[in-house]
Design a protein around this ligand. Structure first.
Ligand code: GDD
Ligand code: MN
Length: 363
């Protein structure tokens, strides 16, 4: 019976599998361990490479997921499949130093901690393997996280940690399977009840293959931060939608101001300018939502044009509903800002719900 399950999320990591198992075997001598690779059906045959090793070494298993993608979700399913008292998560590309695993385990078996987070940002750790721009992004995200969510982690971006399985099992249903930031999610979800210790290590360079980090992951990370700030009450997608709508208001006013500067001051021209500014704001809202709010369902080419027409139609109905509701409320209770705000919130909810259902449909 293994004491430690090492979960290894993989996507296109065929060239790293054998080397990682070799290094785990050396680092974990004397410990009953197993390695569970969670592969998202990599086209390069990562799963087959793992199973080939598993044929000779029963400590090595592969969980192959089909029709799904995502680092956090892969880690969650891997940990859920374990029956060992302790679980660790480590990247397959050898950037995480497996030699600190025994020290991490010792901290847990000592009984003073529920989770040990490996960190690059304390004495004894380093981030040398992170190239210039990525290092800057990682440090910025770290600072933002410290500002916005209260977690006792010096390196909340880390994807390298070990924890007691019983504590993980308790919180698993509350974790989010999207994005890269599984450790941050666990720490934030566990709150003050989770006792966290840290282990410095030095983040190395990738052995083989390429990084899977991209803009989509950055957006999902922002979403996770926003969700945690509202205590998981508001869906991050709706927060993005509302931010885009607010930006749209400023775009509208700016466009209107520009137009009025250049047009002769006539009453009928104001109407034309207002219509034009509305159109500009709608376009900007649509494009921003396409890039940000619904990035994972981004529309391209022809479907972008179709989506835009639909988005405008939904928005027009939203305006009518807004004006109707506000007017009715104002008659019932003549407080202008209450009526105005209720109308605006209603149409925002309508636009959001309809856009999610019809413009950016889940695939
Ligand atoms: N199953 C699965 N599904 N695994 C994935 C997926 C996915 O969609 N995307 C990435 N992985 C695996 C990779 O195969 C690798 O083993 C590990 O997750 C980390 O992915 P990398 O592509 O190497 O990410 P990185 O090096 O840019 O980022 C890593 O280091 C960062 C340090 O700043 C990650 O550990 C981040 O969480 C960490 O913040
Ligand atoms: Mn990596």
């Amino acid at each position: 019976m293994p004491q430690l399950s090492v979960i290894v999320p993989t996507f296109k990591e065929r060239g790293n599998v054998a080397e990682l198992v070799r290094r785990l075997d050396a680092a974990l001598a004397g410990i009953a361990w197993e390695a569970i690779f969670v592969d998202d059906n990599s086209p390069d045959g990562t799963a087959a490479a793992v199973k080939e090793i598993g044929a000779d070494d029963p400590r090595v298993r592969c969980l192959r997921r089909v029709g799904r993608r995502g680092l956090a979700g892969a880690c969650i399913e891997g940990m859920l499949s374990s029956a060992a008292p302790f679980v660790a998560v480590i990247d397959a590309d050898l950037q995480h130093d497996e030699k600190v695993l025994p020290q991490m385990l010792a901290k847990l078996t000592g009984g003073d901690a529920d989770l040990v987070a490996a960190t690059r940002y304390v004495e004894g750790g380093s981030a040398q393997g992170l190239a210039g721009r990525r290092d800057a992004i990682s440090r910025l995200a770290t600072r933002l996280t410290h500002r916005l969510v209260g977690v006792p982690l010096s390196d909340p971006m880390s994807g390298f940690f070990m924890m007691r399985r019983d504590r993980f099992d308790e919180m698993a249903p509350r974790l989010s399977p999207t994005g890269f930031k599984i450790l941050l999610d666990i720490a934030a979800t566990g709150g003050g009840k989770l006792r966290i210790a840290e282990q410095p290590y030095s983040f190395g360079e990738r052995f083989a293959g390429e990084s899977k980090f991209n803009a989509q992951i950055g957006v999902e990370f922002l979403g996770l931060l926003l969700a945690k700030m509202t205590g998981d009450l508001v869906d991050p997608r709706f927060i993005f939608f509302a931010i885009v709508g607010t930006i749209g208001l400023f775009v509208h006013l700016f466009a209107l101001w520009l137009l009025l500067m250049f047009l002769p001051p006539q009453h009928d021209l104001f109407r034309a300018a207002q219509i034009f500014a509305t159109f500009i704001a709608m376009t900007s809202n649509f494009l921003l939502n396409n890039e940000l709010t619904y990035r994972d369902r981004r529309l391209k080419g022809w479907s972008q044009l179709k989506g835009f027409v639909l988005f405008c139609l939904i928005g027009s109905v939203g305006v009518l509903a807004n004006v109707d509701l506000a007017g009715w409320l104002y008659v019932e209770r003549p407080i202008w800002w209450v009526a105005g705000a209720v109308g605006a919130v209603m149409s925002a909810l309508w636009n959001y719900a309809m856009s999610t259902l019809f413009v950016w449909r889940a695939r």
